[in-house]
Design a binder for this molecule. Structure first.
Ligand code: NIG
Length: 380
């Protein structure tokens, strides 16, 4: 069965070999997909079994959202409201969501996750990473990861998200639990391991221990770092060979230099800076130094309750000194690199047939028309 997506006015391929600039832009194009894979990108008018005529619209690769915490229940709108009135974000609300998530049934969590997945898809996301981190005990971390595997292969064990209340004053014991029995229960449901390296969460030695244990268990590494202030997260991520260090809101010159000399992706989460009233990072500085950057939503009930990659693109352009082309690439190919995936985030022969059709003539409208649901169709 072949499908041709035809009469594309402007196609973003992310393959400079196929078209103009680093986005590999092709005008008046079509894409042929067979058995879920792109088989050709060519001029409009190719033939296939099924045809979708997009009538001059812009088409781009499905967004790759490389950082979410989708499996949770509970509402923290009051926390957000009080932040908007001046209260700072400190991550403490993670325990509120943990209490609610532990008490929820599998079916309730499954239904909530499915509805968030539907929201993501309608907004153009076709690949999504999902972290645990609201279970914080062996059974609930493993349970939430098992539920996450029902919706994605990109699952991340984040037992080291915050110290659960019952371990107050015993952080070393908790790290032993995370690196031992919890990892053993969660590794079968996880591709990645992550830790929250921040004052108030876990320190650099505790995070290093978690990453080392994850590596020994065969998991890929990622890290939350430099979200609430300057700190050692970026340096630890680079030293440890993490695929990505996420947040990067506060970066020193040596952090930028370390990222530029590494293959660790700097993943920015601007909707978090929006929702926590943090300053936006200067992505220009990181890009100009030569590092690879990604954009992701960080969808979670505390610091960033959005599933919209378009919103992140608009913020990155308006407030992080990224060009629109850079932001669109960071939300597609950048996310794929952050997940060490070569099959998504681009539209070229051999890649996944994940396409987003915009209700717009160009990808620039993603920033030009903020807040407008511009995704006409998501094809996978
Ligand atoms: O990425 N930084 C830590 N974790 C999430 C916040 C989770 C929460 O507040 O519930 C984040 O911002």
């Amino acid at each position: 069965m072949t499908l041709v997506v035809d009469r594309i006015g402007l196609l973003v391929t992310n393959d400079p070999g196929l078209g103009e600039g680093f986005l590999g832009l092709v005008r008046d194009a079509s894409v042929v997909v067979a058995d879920g894979q792109v088989v050709s990108v060519g001029p409009a008018g190719q033939v296939a079994d099924e045809r979708i005529d997009v009538d001059g619209a812009c088409v781009l690769p499905g967004f790759v959202d490389s950082h979410t915490h989708l499996v949770f229940t509970g509402d923290r709108a009051e926390e957000f409201t009080s932040r908007m009135a001046g209260r700072p974000y400190d991550g403490g609300g993670i325990r509120v969501t943990t209490d609610a998530t532990r008490a929820a049934s599998d079916d309730d969590l499954r239904a909530l996750t499915a509805s968030r997945m539907a929201e993501l898809r309608a907004a153009g996301t076709t690949t999504v990473e999902v972290k645990s981190g609201y279970g914080l005990n062996v059974d609930d971390e493993a349970r939430t990861l098992r539920l996450a595997t029902e919706v994605t292969d990109e699952t991340t064990f984040l037992g080291a998200h915050l110290l659960p209340a019952e371990y107050e004053g015993r952080v070393d014991d908790y790290i032993d639990l995370v690196c031992g029995p919890m990892l053993e229960a969660c590794a079968p449901h996880s591709r990645w391991i992550d830790a929250f390296c921040e004052t108030g969460a876990f320190d650099v030695d505790q995070c290093r221990a978690v990453l080392d244990a994850g590596r020994a268990a065969g998991l890929g590494l990622r890290l939350h770092g430099n979200q609430l202030g300057h700190g050692p997260g970026v340096q630890l991520a680079v030293e440890s060979g993490c695929a990505s260090v996420d947040h990067c809101t506060y970066l020193s010159d040596s952090d930028v230099e370390a990222l530029a000399g590494s293959d660790t992706v700097a993943t920015f989460l601007p909707a978090t800076d929006f929702s926590t009233r943090q300053p936006y990072p200067d992505a220009r500085r990181v890009i100009d130094a030569g590092a690879t950057v990604a954009l992701a939503t960080n969808c979670n009930p505390g610091s960033s309750y959005t599933t919209s990659m378009s919103f992140c693109i608009a913020l990155a352009v308006r407030d992080m000194n990224m060009t629109i082309d850079e932001a669109v690439q960071a939300a597609t190919l950048g996310g794929a690199v952050a997940l060490r995936r070569t099959d998504v985030g681009r539209l070229s022969p051999g890649s996944a047939g994940h396409l987003v059709v915009l209700e717009a003539p160009s990808h620039h409208h993603l920033a030009y028309r903020p807040g407008v649901p511009l995704v006409r169709q998501t094809i996978t």
